[in-house]
Design a protein. Structure first.
Length: 276
């Protein structure tokens, strides 16, 4: 059985479909971590992807006391720091780790796209967590995020609303990893979320942006920059991702090398899926 981590982003959506086509519809289990602070349009995207795949996306959650990033910040008194975002740890990573222990699986599908930065992350992740048995369909098929967007639209599936609004990823609304430009865009697009996070920062005495609380943020700060929003997956603890791996160029040219020897199952026991 192959686990496909489905995040409501376009890359994980396409990676899941590629895995179903390669390994067979009965051999892939898409799993989604539900969080309350996502855009309501995600429900539409969820339903359309289920129809496209021809199977259910399994929904999992963090413990009930943590419904979104605001719950994590208020209850754990921590926003973001050298150890990463606490909400990613609680709402995603620990849920994944629990499922890795509970489920028997032959591989895990991650939606890393075909860019040198993402390939570098994939190599690092595979080295640090070999027991995860990672699979990277987008890298193997040399598909970038823009290509995933076009691929979905060719299938009649509209991109999630957050992309239409100009955000680079379909994260929670009010992601603690965002910078000044991101938060000033949230101020305009989702003023209630901006105000709630500004209040939450003061309540816990910690801020999303290093050295500055949101209620101090100049409304024009960051507007000259492209809104850069880091992806918020369940593997944000990868180390050394800023250091280029010696094999990066080699794997970029021949990405199927990423497939580990652990995946003899994938070569000998796969059942080809039917294109939906």
């Amino acid at each position: 059985m192959i686990i496909a981590w489905w995040s409501a982003g376009v890359t994980s959506a396409v990676a899941t479909k590629l895995a179903i086509d390669e390994y067979g519809i009965d051999n892939v289990m898409p799993i989604y971590f539900a969080i309350d602070s996502v855009h309501p349009d995600n429900a539409r995207f969820f339903d359309q992807c289920q129809e496209w795949y021809g199977k259910e996306i399994v929904v999992e959650r963090a413990p009930p006391k943590y419904l979104d990033q605001f719950d994590v910040i208020k209850k754990d008194k921590y926003v973001n720091g050298p150890a990463g975002a606490r909400c990613t740890l609680i709402l995603k990573k620990r849920v994944r780790q629990r499922l890795e222990k509970e489920l028997t699986y032959d591989g895990q599908v991650f939606g890393f796209e075909y860019t040198k930065k993402e390939i570098n992350r994939a190599i690092r992740f595979q080295e640090q967590y070999p027991d995860a048995k990672p699979l990277y369909p987008l890298i193997e098929n040399k598909m970038t995020k823009p290509e995933c967007l076009h691929y979905l639209e060719d299938k009649g599936i509209a991109r999630p609303a957050m992309y239409h609004l100009g955000y680079g990823n379909n994260n929670c609304i009010g992601c603690v990893k965002g910078g000044m430009g991101y938060w000033n865009k949230i101020r305009v697009d989702f003023p209630d979320t901006f105000a709630k996070m500004a209040e939450t920062e003061r309540e816990v005495g910690n801020s999303c942006i290093r050295g500055k609380f949101l209620d101090e943020l100049d409304p024009n700060a960051g507007r000259e920059l492209k809104t850069i929003m880091p992806d918020c997956g369940n593997f944000c603890d990868i180390e050394f991702t800023e250091i280029l791996h010696p094999k990066l160029t080699e794997i970029y040219d021949n990405p199927k090398q990423l497939r580990s020897d652990l995946f003899e199952w994938a070569e000998t026991n796969q059942t080809k899926g039917t294109n939906q």
